[in-house]
Ligand binder design. Sequence first.
Ligand SMILES: NC(=O)c1ccc[n+]([C@@H]2O[C@H](COP(=O)([O-])OP(=O)(O)OC[C@H]3O[C@@H](n4cnc5c(N)ncnc54)[C@H](OP(=O)(O)O)[C@@H]3O)[C@@H](O)[C@H]2O)c1
Length: 224
Amino acid sequence: MAEYVLIPQDALLPVPDGVDLTGAAIVACAVGSSYQALVRIARVLPGETVAVAGAGGGLGIHAVQIARALGSKVVALTSSADKIDLLRELGAAHVLLNRKGCYKDLLDITSGRGVDVVVDLVGHPDSFDDCFRGLSQRGRYVLAGQVYGRRVSVHPFFVFSTEKVITGSSSTLMSTFMHSMDLVQQGKVRPIVQTYPFAEAAKVHADMDGRRVMGRAVLVPPFS
Ligand SMILES: NC(=O)c1ccc[n+]([C@@H]2O[C@H](COP(=O)([O-])OP(=O)(O)OC[C@H]3O[C@@H](n4cnc5c(N)ncnc54)[C@H](OP(=O)(O)O)[C@@H]3O)[C@@H](O)[C@H]2O)c1
């Protein structure tokens, strides 16, 4: 944890009226990276069905809201039962507990067709297998996170025969950051933050490892 950071001025945005500092602190990464994956990479269209794996995490909880704001039908996959209500409240039409075999639920929800887009923030082989299986013909699979150092694998036949697209999304462009800040200021995306005093830095890590953080954890320095 650094007391000071040096950032190029053109990578900064003023905090708009009506946006609080802890919310603004997470816009570039947690909101921006999700916006980038959904808009710039997956090119989500209104009416499409979008599944978000790792929906209760810092990126996922904002990906759910952005996908909803884009007019898509959102399926949130979470491993945490206590995040279900909030994910519904934030716009998920369906919330599924991420378990082996949940591709069947993705197929059921879409009358057997599969979802149009998966934004996978977990990158675990089990969640990849299920979400890839639950993706439609020519669907777009965006790998945007990896919480474990494990490889995912895929049988080439299931890629070429279905013309599914596997792609990645990395970081946030300045334009994406600006659009994300607009969504927050307009109230279309609510920053979900769990704040901790600086002295509790170790607890933040323990809570993140235990998947107890709802959205993004923000450490609040004593001088703020
Ligand atoms: N592409 C980019 O530009 C970009 C930018 C920033 C971060 N990232 C990466 O994206 C990933 C997510 O970041 P984050 O900030 O959202 O992290 P995070 O807040 O720790 O969230 C990760 C979420 O993944 C889910 N998860 C964890 N272990 C799981 C398991 N075994 N099975 C199923 N789900 C599991 C949990 O969500 P539930 O509680 O809902 O299950 C957890 O909250 C990280 O790998 C991070 O490095 C990518």
